[in-house]
Design a protein around this ligand. Structure first.
Ligand code: HSE
Length: 332
């Protein structure tokens, strides 16, 4: 095989209460990467489309290039690789754009080399891509993009990642108001210490959310999607946050929050119609305020990244094991 293509989806990190420890994959949008064998031993970014020329072609500064370089070095491969990136989601949106590029590139190159590593073994390299993009090797976008579903990062040292069961149909609306927030800046806003009362509330909610997903308890799920740590500070970066929440809930969604570090807003619902209605009313609200806003609706995507086999034209999804425990101690 000389070239292969892979897709990796957008993701909602944090899901309100799980700062840096929860993330879920959406069906769309997502990025595609074509990887091709090349002469020599370098990783090169041949082209990037869909980014308005904003992403670096220098592989050392591009999240996909960084992830593939550390992967090839780790497996001792001297294979030269050329990457073409097709960005199909906005940058700086809180939808896991950098994660999707790194994951799609890793999945494509791994396949090109005959799949020497499993999906979960690719995770630390995708995290290095995140470190290059925002200074922090958080896994709550790359893990669900790679593995699909709703993912818990129980520990970073050592890395211990669990793909949770989702025992009920669960749908997500996503609205992306056209304001740019850099993850690096949104992280810099957060305090080093959290008051004990907020910490107690937050770990109650994270545990509640896991229990709800395992048992299919919608009521518990929706009341657990609350953030006492990051949202009170970060919502100030997103104009009309409170009105957007009110509109989404009135349209039938039952939980609402900031997707990752924002500005995208996610909402959860029991059915697709409510998720779609919630996303549409939020977009309409921003349109009225003359802020552009894209929106999507999706079921939780249990498959994650896919190899798009260029020879057969068939898509093949992630491995999908329920537990992935990595002992290689990725650094945060
Ligand atoms: N957990 C990260 C953050 C996700 O909130 O900073 C960034 O998409």
């Amino acid at each position: 095989m000389n070239e292969t293509r892979a897709f990796a989806p957008a993701t909602v990190a944090n899901v309100s209460c799980g700062f840096d420890v929860f993330g879920m994959a959406l069906e769309a949008p997502g990025d595609e990467v074509l990887a091709r064998r090349a002469e020599g031993s370098l990783v090169r970014i041949r082209s990037v489309s869909g980014d308005d020329g904003r992403l670096p072609l220098d592989a050392k500064r591009n999240t996909a290039g960084v992830a593939v370089r550390v992967f090839l070095d780790a497996i001792g491969s001297r294979q030269g690789v050329e990457l073409e990136l097709y960005k199909r989601m906005p940058l700086g949106s809180g939808m896991g754009s950098s994660a999707a590029s790194a994951v799609a590139a890793l999945v494509a190159v791994n396949r090109l080399l005959g799949d020497p590593l499993s999906r979960s073994e690719l995770l630390p390299f995708a995290m290095e891509g995140e470190r290059s993009a925002c200074g922090s090797a958080h896994a709550d976008n790359v893990a669900p993009a790679l593995l699909g579903g709703f993912v818990l990062i129980r520990s970073y040292r050592p890395l211990d990642v669990i793909k949770l069961p989702v025992a009920m149909p669960l749908f997500c609306g996503l609205a992306h108001p056209h304001i740019e927030i850099r993850t690096r800046d949104a992280r810099a806003l957060l305090p080093d210490c959290v008051p004990m009362a907020d910490a107690v509330g937050q770990w109650g909610n994270t545990a509640g959310l896991v229990a709800a997903l395992c048992t299919g308890d919608y009521g518990l799920l929706f009341r657990s999607v609350q953030d006492l740590v990051a949202e009170p500070l970060r919502k100030n970066l997103i104009p009309h946050f409170a009105e957007a929440r009110e509109a989404a809930l009135a349209a039938g969604c039952e939980a609402f929050g900031i997707s990752g570090s924002g500005p995208s807003l996610f909402m959860l619902a029991r059915d697709r119609a409510a998720a779609a209605a919630g996303a549409a009313v939020v977009a309409a609200l921003y349109a009225k305020l003359e802020v552009g806003c894209d929106y999507w609706d999706s079921r939780v995507n249990m498959e994650g990244a896919q190899v798009l086999d260029t020879e057969s034209g068939q898509a093949e999804s992630a491995s999908g094991g329920l537990n992935c425990v990595l002992e290689n101690g990725a650094r945060l």
